[in-house]
Design a protein around this ligand. Structure first.
Ligand code: ADQ
Length: 489
């Protein structure tokens, strides 16, 4: 039972995120095929047995006709998914524009885009208007499906207006909001023209969650400095109403990774990889191809290491798996070309007729292939310039119980707070330091590797995705009950 006396087993959880956890492909006028995309959030909530979860979000496709929309809604219902239909213009202005071109870079300390800063006016304002409109469309769908006693959990920077829209519909609704990216210093947030509106909209939630205490602290500072509200140990208070603010570091479904290593197909793949790279140490990078991941910096550090350590040149290989994302955005296209150019130069410089030091793939790998790669890796390189948490570092650790490889981890990833004691922490901007850390990792004694791995493995297997989701939702239930008690007093 929850604090409110309601059995949790009957409580419904409405998970609202920009994207549904399924991809929809249209096969005919009224026929759709659906494929589950098992991201971190999906596996986190699959493991949560206490709540009956339903998903609300955009299916990632434009469906202009009513018959198509009805057919898709029906197909999705079987997967407990409820679609929000967004037309092309809204997607362009809300998703590509305000979310990915303004909030994403700003929250990762990359600043606002120049053209918007100079001529803010039209494009910024119309994108912000589309953002509010899209959030209102999500709220309409949530409101249609909401039943008394449900818990509504809103996710990420796409939906910062959602708590406000939902509370306007129904002030009794239990609403939580969680941010998957960093929340930047209030000095960065205050450059955003819509800084106050966004903060007020988020504060309409009962519980606001971040990956780390630093992000929670930045958010509270933004509310006190920009809005003049009061920051308390519990959260942010304004005119007697408290919004609880706290850190809920996400984890992974570690058992799923550990179990995968026993699958015969994965074991075969591990053997193949070991044969292919026999005599060489394997270094691994797995990232979405995004500027926040620091991929050029990582590759340049590897080049410096090879430059300074000729003895290692034929004894180490870097496998960089980079899934392209947001491929229609010019900055991302530029990043892809930049990475290709650096990799080409380094392979030209240090390669031989039969081997190259860097294997760079522009694609994603399936789950089993990824697990096999994690398992054969000697050193994982996570050099994000900023990263909310970074689940790749967790996944690597989960797959390393027999090898006990070394994790080189950016101090600007949220994961540095939890895996810092076991990893080698680096400033990814300092190429010399990262190059030296590669040498240190490759030469580390088995005793030290074991000690560091033990620490990280214990963390990754106890602080799981399931635990994260359960903690957030029960805290949300408790927060609402406590608020009701306060009002009655
Ligand atoms: P992301 O920025 O996507 O997530 P991350 O946390 O590392 O970053 O998660 C990426 C996921 O995609 C991992 O599960 C990984 O296995 C998978 N992936 C990445 N590259 C892949 C590839 N080439 N092939 C196959 N799979 C690949 C956002 C925030 C993070 C935060 C998460 C969760 O930016 O900081 O940790 O949400 O809150």
């Amino acid at each position: 039972e929850g604090l409110d006396g309601r059995p949790f087993s009957r409580q419904r959880l409405l998970v609202v995120a920009n994207r549904l956890p399924v991809s929809a492909v249209r096969r005919g006028e009224e026929s759709w095929s659906l494929e589950i995309s098992a991201g971190g959030l999906v596996s986190a909530l699959l493991g949560v047995k206490e709540f009956e979860a339903r998903w609300i979000g955009w299916a990632g496709v434009n469906v202009p006709d009513v018959r198509g929309q009805e057919a898709l809604t029906k197909a999705l219902a079987e997967k407990r998914c409820i679609p929000v239909f967004l037309d092309e213009d809204i997607v362009h202005q809300y998703y590509n524009g305000y979310c990915n071109n303004i909030l994403w870079p700003l929250f990762h300390y990359l600043g606002l885009p120049q053209e918007d800063r100079l001529a803010t006016t039209r494009s910024f304002q119309s994108q912000f208007a589309a953002y509010i409109k899209a959030n209102q469309m999500f709220a309409d769908v949530v409101n249609q499906h909401y039943k008394e006693g449900d818990v509504v959990w809103c996710h990420d920077y796409h939906l910062m207006f959602l708590p406000k829209c939902l509370k306007e519909y129904n002030s009794e609704m239990k609403v939580g909001w969680f941010l998957h990216t960093p929340f930047p210093s209030s000095e960065i947030h205050r450059t955003l023209p819509s800084r106050s509106d966004l903060l007020r909209a988020v504060l309409a939630a009962d519980l606001v969650g971040f990956h780390t205490y630093d992000y929670a602290r930045h958010f509270v500072s933004a509310c006190t400095r920009i809005l003049g509200y009061e920051g308390t140990p519990e959260g942010v208070e304004n005119q007697g109403r408290l919004t609880r603010v706290a850190a809920f570091p996400i984890g992974i479904d570690s058992d799923r990774f550990i179990r995968a290593l026993e699958v015969p197909q994965v074991q075969d793949h591990i053997k193949e990889l070991k044969d292919t790279f026999a005599g060489r140490k394997v270094m691994l990078g797995v990232d979405r191809l995004d500027m926040i991941k620091g991929i050029p910096q990582k590759i340049l550090a590897f080049e410096k290491f090879l430059e300074e350590n000729p003895d290692w040149r034929d004894k180490v290989v870097l496998l960089q798996i980079a899934v392209p994302t947001r491929t229609d955005v010019p900055e991302y296209q530029k990043l892809t070309s930049q990475v290709h150019e650096i990799v080409g130069r380094i392979n030209g410089r240090f390669g031989t007729l039969t081997t190259v030091p860097i294997h760079h793939l522009d694609r994603s790998l399936d789950f089993h292939a990824l697990c096999a790669l994690y398992a054969v890796t000697d050193v994982a390189l996570v050099t994000s310039l900023r990263d909310g948490m970074n689940l790749v570092s967790y996944e690597f650790v989960a797959c390393q119980d027999s090898k006990k490889g070394v994790l080189i981890l950016s101090e600007f990833a949220g994961a540095a707070q939890s895996l810092g004691a076991g990893a080698i922490l680096v400033n990814p901007w300092n190429i010399t330091e990262v190059a030296a850390s590669i040498g240190r990792a490759l030469n580390m004694s088995p005793e030290e590797r074991e000690k560091r791995h033990r620490h990280n493995f214990a963390h990754v297997t106890t602080h799981t995705a399931q635990e994260w989701a359960e903690t957030f939702v029960s805290e949300l239930n408790d927060t609402v009950v406590e608020a009701q008690l306060r009002i009655r007093q």
